[in-house]
Design a protein around this ligand. Structure first.
Ligand SMILES: CC(C)C[C@H](C(=O)NO)C(=O)N[C@@H](CC(=O)O)C(=O)NCc1ccccc1
Ligand SMILES: [Ca+2]
Ligand SMILES: [Zn+2]
Ligand SMILES: [Zn+2]
Length: 157
């Protein structure tokens, strides 16, 4: 696949982390998707049951795909590139402490990075990019670099 061939993409949160109220998880996930809808023609709609393009899940260790999580730290989350079935699905390691602040790991920031992968972006070698491989604190109101914006623009122009 490498990119979605439709402009409205559905998502559903399958399981929630115990670290945060579920409506907080919902709003952080929606905010992370909004980062990308602002930089592309893509729209995201939330469904509360049944199938969806992007299934969001919190899990630990072995969790039904070939990429078991690794306990605290290390891998924080992963996402599959666009496509049917597992394509787009985004999993967060629930061994991490998920927060809305600067302690633990900020769910919004990690989700914004993961959804870049779920939309077809690879890692960047540019430290300024949200798609740089390693986590660091960023200004929530300005998470995309010019490179991120041009990459998603080129993919979904
Ligand atoms: C090989 C993959 C599965 C590593 C995985 C990742 O890149 N997921 O998208 C991940 O959890 N990377 C860590 C860093 C690492 O494992 O060395 C990370 O901080 N990812 C989240 C992240 C990265 C950059 C900005 C915001 C969030
Ligand atoms: Ca981990
Ligand atoms: Zn997984
Ligand atoms: Zn990544």
């Amino acid at each position: 696949g490498s990119k979605w061939t439709k402009s409205t993409i559905s998502y559903r949160v399958v399981r929630y982390t115990p670290d945060l109220p579920s409506d907080t998880v919902d709003s952080e996930i929606a905010a992370a998707l909004n980062v990308w809808s602002k930089a592309s023609p893509l729209k995201f709609v939330k469904s509360s049951s049944g199938q969806a393009d992007i299934l969001v899940d919190f899990a630990t260790r072995s969790h039904g795909d070939s990429y078991p999580f690794d306990g605290p730290r290390g891998t924080l989350a992963h996402a599959f590139g666009p496509g049917e079935g597992i394509g787009g699905d985004t999993h967060f390691d629930d061994a991490e402490s998920w927060t809305t602040g600067s302690d633990g790991f900020n769910l919004f920031l990690v989700a914004a990075h993961e959804f870049g992968h779920a939309l077809g972006l690879k890692h960047s070698r540019n430290q300024a990019s949200l798609m740089y491989p390693t986590y660091k604190q960023r200004d929530r109101d300005n998470v995309l670099s010019r490179e991120d914006t041009s990459k998603i623009g080129a993919l979904y122009s």
